[in-house]
Design a protein around this ligand. Structure first.
Ligand SMILES: Nc1ncnc2c1ncn2[C@@H]1O[C@H](COP(=O)(O)OP(=O)(O)OP(=O)(O)O)[C@@H](O)[C@H]1O
Length: 779
């Protein structure tokens, strides 16, 4: 007989009865939707969860129950896949704790990110994956040498197509104009096209030859250009022993799809992996590309029946916010949910305990309103979906296990403000947060912004007005850790040429920035580097601050002489007083450089590092179990993207203007000679059509579709942002705001995001004070 935990209950020894009790109490700590995952016994299951439903909590308990129920161990395991390393660390800790409570060994599961899993598979069979385990991983952007060289090589071999691009919409043969167009094509249009299509096509599993099979009705044969650029890029990767993230997934698939025709008696790598894997649980499934899903489907399949998969995919299609820069179209997860629903294998987690009901009502209203008003692009013939899956958030039942679920609101719970301008906006946020912290210092608050420039503006204005009164933590600046390669480069350049005033000044600026030496007139110090570094007895005596700075620099130079090259970057990182995660990122940087230079010379290190700084997105090591984002009485300033998965008592959403949310696609004036579209967006839409098996759109249709995808994603981002709030959701669109956030001082009249007037109409009590010029101004 089976109990609700799925374990047999007859004739059990005392230990196992005790464990069964624990399993039962673990299961009953879940709310109904979560229990559906916990009760999974095998097969495919889709779980569509609303924000705050407790996906990770539910999945961690379900994992522990599955490990107990099926007696999993290190040779027959549950694989848990999540999107980021910090999410992986988080869920791992939760599952471990449950297993400890159940007195079960820890070997029954592993947690991976998708790429970590793919790399483990690809690396285990290098001859089948075609990937060299020593290859260097790069994340090139459009300025990277790989992309630039691919463009140059393509130009050399495709003069006719290039000529057609140069002619553009029209061309009168004027020489300066020709030169200008050449430069724009070489340095902007083609690198942008290459970077976009390579990522889009490759992560959808399309090779250059697949793109060539399709011809769209467009004047430039954009897909053929894309295929050519992509082919050059693949050649470059191979020649230089580099790989990118998509290569890992493709390599893993090559391993798993290898068919052992010649010797069917021997098991294939696929069989071996499948025997090892009991089931796959995937979190954030809305963010996976079709190729990543295919990988998980193969791994979770029964070795004798590919259609029988032990696969649980948990996600929220309404929080898909990566689809405009990856092919992770939310359509894929929605389709998975639909197929599972037809088989009665869809669980919907509709209850969420995070927010006050006023906030839930606002989020539900916004979702429905947007679907009604932006359901379909006008005149579109391409099949398309509304921005959101219709799924309302419901408050939890009164007996819910979560303490203080659906907490009482702060004031009205929802506030809609119309400040005069963006400066007044930040002033209001500061005042409000200080008052709230004064009332209860144990509460948390965040300002969620659309761009890093907005984040910098908010942090700067907050510190200008309230520096002494409140602690501000700007995530963008500290967390991107993008400063690390740049700072290390400045110090290494100084070590290479200490007598260069420019390098000395850059190194000193880094030291000042890290508050290791006092701020002073650096120009005076670097006039005579020799005298500053090694003053002779005849030189005028140095001030104490200068002496301190000089000592720092000479210590660095001594280390250069005494340490082997591979220890140099870790030493510099240590000297710069980096914290734990920054040190780990610096170590990763050091390893990467050593791998590429074989520790040959400082010059070689500098060359590689310069390239990383100029044209790569070097991925930092993420902090595990980090509480820095939600410390009590701190205002966290963070982008909406980065805020996904987090929550705060009070959430401030300023600058909700139409030109940002939803915004619109933009053709830079420089590129307008080609037409009213960008080649990269058109190519992206065309590749999506290939992946989804739609008719290939022409230029105009492709551009319109790209715009629609962007609009839908911006609105989902707003929904993610709104659903981060527990007790107060403070939203505003100022009457006056900048067009470009690089110049926030140039403000003028700006329309609010269309959601704002709709919210004001639906929730009039939440409209707080102030003149609402937006309602009267003619735009
Ligand atoms: N069964 C439960 N008992 C107690 N607390 C719970 C339970 N389920 C969830 N919670 C709490 O609810 C909060 C939200 O849970 P979680 O972060 O797992 O939600 P989520 O679905 O991943 O949210 P989102 O999708 O919006 O990021 C957490 O603080 C978690 O501890």
């Amino acid at each position: 007989m089976f109990t609700d935990t799925g374990l047999t209950s007859d004739a059990q020894p005392a230990g196992s009865i005790q464990r069964n009790d624990r399993l039962r109490s673990l299961r009953s700590s879940l709310r109904p939707g979560q229990q559906e995952i916990a009760d999974w016994q095998g097969g495919r299951l889709a779980v569509s969860a609303v924000p705050g439903a407790g996906k990770s909590t539910g999945m961690a308990v379900a994992a522990a129950l599955a490990i107990a129920r099926h007696q999993l161990h290190s040779r027959h395991q549950l694989i848990v896949v999540t999107f980021t390393r910090s999410a992986a660390a988080n869920i791992k800790a939760k599952i471990r704790n449950h297993l400890k409570e159940l007195a079960l060994p820890q070997g029954g599961f592993v947690v991976h990110t998708l790429h970590g899993l793919a790399w483990a598979i690809a690396r285990s069979y290098p001859e089948l994956s075609g990937l060299n385990p020593d290859a260097v991983l790069v994340t090139p952007n459009q300025g990277h040498r790989l992309i630039r060289t691919s463009v140059e090589q393509w130009l050399g071999t495709n003069p006719t197509m290039y000529q057609r691009l140069l002619e553009g919409k029209q061309f009168d043969g004027e020489e300066t104009e020709r030169l200008r167009r050449q430069s724009v094509l070489r340095t902007e249009v083609l690198p942008d096209l290459a970077a976009t299509v390579i990522r889009e096509a490759k992560s959808s599993g399309l090779m250059p030859q697949d793109l060539r099979k399709h011809t769209a009705n467009d004047e430039y044969s954009i897909l053929a250009i894309a295929a050519g650029l992509y082919e050059q890029y693949q050649g470059q990767l191979k020649a230089r022993n580099l790989i990118d993230y998509d290569e890992m997934i493709l390599g893993a698939l090559r391993v798993l799809e290898y068919a052992n025709d010649r010797d069917s008696l021997h098991e294939t790598p696929k069989n071996r992996w499948q025997a090892q894997v009991f089931a796959v649980f995937e979190d954030e499934a809305q963010d996976s590309s079709p190729l990543q899903t295919k990988l998980l489907e193969i791994l979770s399949a029964d070795p004798t029946d590919a259609s029988a998969q032990n696969l649980v995919r948990v996600g929220d299609p309404n929080q898909a916010i990566n689809s405009t820069f990856t092919p992770a179209d939310p359509v894929f997860f929605r389709n998975f949910c639909q197929t599972c629903a037809a088989e009665d294998r869809l669980a919907e987690m509709n209850q969420a305990g995070r927010s006050s009901t006023a906030i839930i009502n606002a989020a539900n209203f916004v979702l429905t309103w947007i679907n009604r008003n932006y359901g379909k692009p006008s005149d579109s013939t391409t099949p398309t979906e509304a921005p959101f899956r219709p799924q309302a958030i419901h408050p939890v039942a009164t007996n819910d296990p979560q303490k203080n679920a659906n907490p009482a609101p702060e004031g009205l719970g929802l506030e809609l403000h119309t400040p005069d301008d963006v400066y007044q906006t930040v002033e209001m946020i500061g005042q409000r947060a200080i008052a709230l912290f004064h009332h209860d210092p144990n509460t948390t608050a965040a300002v969620l912004v659309r761009t890093n420039e907005q984040g910098r503006f908010v942090a700067r204005e907050l510190s200008r007005w309230y520096d002494e009164k409140v602690n501000v933590f700007e995530v963008g600046q500290r967390d991107r850790q993008s400063h690390i390669p740049g700072e290390i480069l400045s110090l290494l350049q100084f070590l290479d040429r200490p007598h260069s005033p420019d390098y000395l000044k850059a190194a000193l600026s880094v030291l000042v920035g890290r508050r290791l030496i006092p701020n002073q007139d650096l120009n005076a110090l670097v006039l005579f580097p020799e005298q500053f570094l090694y003053p002779s007895p005849l030189d005028p005596p140095q001030a104490a601050t200068v002496q301190q700075s000089s000592r720092y620099c000479t210590n660095l130079l001594r280390a250069r002489l005494e340490l082997p090259l591979y220890q140099l970057i870790p030493f510099l990182a240590y000297t710069l007083d980096y914290d734990q995660t920054e040190l780990a990122t610096a170590d990763k940087l050091s390893e990467r450089i050593m791998q590429q230079t074989q520790q040959s010379s400082l010059g070689a290190m500098l060359e590689v590092l310069t390239e990383i700084v100029n044209s790569e997105r070097f991925e930092p090591v993420e902090a595990e179990d980090d509480d820095r984002y939600s410390r009590p009485a701190q205002i966290t300033v963070i982008t909406m993207h980065k805020a996904k998965g987090l929550d705060w008592d009070y959430v401030f959403l300023p600058f909700l203007h139409e030109n940002m949310i939803p915004g619109s696609l933009y053709v830079p004036p420089l590129m307008q000679f080609l037409g009213d579209f960008t080649l990269s967006e058109v190519a992206r839409s065309q590749i999506r059509a290939i992946v989804h098996d739609y008719a290939l759109p022409d230029t105009e249709e492709a551009w319109e579709r790209a715009g629609y995808l962007k609009t839908a994603e911006e609105f989902r981002l707003l929904y993610v942002a709104m659903t981060r709030a527990k007790r107060l959701l403070w939203m505003s669109a100022a009457n006056q705001a900048p067009f470009s956030w690089n110049k926030p001082e140039n403000i003028d009249a700006r329309k609010p995001c269309p959601v704002i007037p709709a919210l004001k109409e639906r929730f009039p009590l939440s409209v707080i004070g102030g003149s609402d010029e937006n309602d009267n101004v003619e735009f």
